[in-house]
Design a protein around this ligand. Structure first.
Ligand SMILES: Cc1ncc(COP(=O)(O)O)c(C=O)c1O
Length: 438
């Protein structure tokens, strides 16, 4: 009997690995895209201009000079726990689960976009004319100007957390439209900071649309558009420059003989595509990026595998978009993400909720690292690549089979720092129960 196709697995909500047939060589792809390395470097320069202000507003970042960055962590015990005797190569985690301020990967894009907006308003009002020192933006004169503006966003939770926290810290009025699956504790955390949280009964797309409508036509409202924003995208992309330096510092040189495989949890697609864009700029064809989506919400996979159906949703495939990976519960992909990823992305795999909890527990038991369910989506990536028909075919087609003992597998863990203890205990118990049943 022939094996089920990716499309059959996708519609049946069975885990699968899809390999992107539209990917081309990195040089060719990057030349044809509308933005380039200089745009990432500009975003990085903006982060650096704001670093003293960030250090002042968020003392927890002072030791890092106000830069919001995460550790690169070797995870040999997780590697053994996941792969047993067949473990080869080097496994690393990029620990965005512990990113300060927002506790998730969404800090990279979300905070960047609010900083860019603040910089523009400050310049328009002459607040930065003479002063190169951005800490003046914490002074009453700047806060009085910022208080005239509303910064709005639609979110499944984590983008709202990052936008809400930074916007209110700068003195903006912040308004977050939350979709149905957003966790109560995330809403509470925002409300404690004076952020207006508007709860919607609908899905993420509806929350975004509601926020967009409210902000439209109001010169004092700024809407952060997770489905389309270039500023978010570039904020995420800076991670690649930081990762390049971190790998260098650990003595790992990525090359044709030491390829880098990166596994990124994916919701609307903004964060993983921004990072992939950056990584392709830095490592070219030596990096292979794979997104991880829940079996019930594979919106980027749906759009990339059906390019002739723009705007396709997971509902159109008979899926229900119900997942415990709240950050990844998105029915329709970002157009920008799909446009940028079509020539660059290696593939996408899907993950069942039970696997998220098993992986969350395994990471805790093996390495003592604490993450939220969405953030566990990438952990099964090496298995998908090494132990499935499609994965092995990808390695063979790209001449990689022989160098896998030297490969670097980088699992991006994307959220978890602020999960309340009680919630985390319940995640862990579910994961442990599932592990002991297998
Ligand atoms: C923990 C976590 N990981 C990954 C993502 C995926 O980011 P994106 O929706 O930009 O694809 C999200 C999105 O909110 C998230 O909360």
């Amino acid at each position: 009997m022939p094996l089920p196709t990716v499309d059959e697995n996708l519609r049946a909500a069975r885990p699968c690995l899809w390999v992107n047939p539209a990917r081309v060589e990195a040089d060719e792809a990057l030349r044809a895209l509308p933005i380039h390395l200089d745009a990432i470097e500009e975003a990085e320069a903006r982060w650096r201009r704001f670093a003293p202000l960030i250090a002042k507003l968020f003392p927890e970042t002072a030791a890092a000079g106000g830069l919001i960055e995460s550790d690169l962590i070797p995870v040999p015990h997780l590697q053994r726990a996941m792969m047993g005797g067949s473990a080869s190569g080097t496994w690393l985690i990029k620990g965005d689960h512990a990113l300060p301020i927002a506790g998730s990967i969404k800090a990279r894009g979300g905070i960047h976009e609010v900083l860019e907006f603040a910089e523009r308003i400050a310049r328009q009002h002459g607040l930065l004319d003479k002063a190169a020192d951005y800490t003046v933006l914490a002074e009453p004169a700047a806060r009085e100007v910022f208080a005239r503006y509303v910064v709005a966003v639609g979110s499944t939770g984590n983008l709202g957390l990052s936008i809400g926290v930074i916007a209110s810290a700068l003195g903006f009025r912040a308004q977050v439209h939350m979709s149905a699956e957003a966790k109560q504790w995330k809403k509470q955390r925002l409300r404690q900071r004076g952020v207006e949280v508007i709860e919607h009964a609908g899905d993420y797309g509806e929350a975004v649309e509601a926020g967009r409508r409210v902000a439209q036509g109001d010169a004092f409202s700024y809407f952060v558009d997770d489905e389309r924003s270039l500023s978010l995208f570039l904020g995420y992309s800076v991670a690649a420059l930081r990762l390049r330096d971190q790998l260098r510092a650990t003595g790992i040189a990525i090359s044709s003989g030491t390829p880098l495989f990166v596994y990124l949890p994916c919701g609307v697609g903004g964060a993983p595509s921004g990072i992939t864009f950056g990584l392709k700029q830095v490592f070219g064809d030596h990096v292979h990026c794979f997104f991880a989506e829940p079996v019930a919400s594979p919106c980027v996979l749906a759009q990339m595998s059906y390019p002739e159906r723009p705007g396709i949703t997971v509902y159109d495939l008979g899926l229900d978009n119900r997942t415990d990976a709240d950050g990844l519960a998105v029915a329709r992909a970002s157009e920008l993400a799909v446009q940028m990823m079509t020539p660059l992305l290696s593939g996408i795999f899907t993950v069942e909720d039970d696997a998220l909890f098993r992986q969350l527990a395994l990471l805790h038991e093996s390495e003592g690292i604490r993450i939220e369910p969405s953030a566990a989506a990438g952990i099964g990536g090496p298995h998908m690549l090494l132990d499935t028909e499609n994965g092995r075919q990808y390695l063979a087609d790209n001449g990689l089979t022989q160098c896998m003992s030297q490969a670097v597998h980088l699992i991006w863990t994307t959220g978890g720092l602020f999960v309340p203890d009680e919630e985390y205990r319940a995640f862990l118990e579910r994961g442990r129960r599932l592990l002991s049943a297998t």
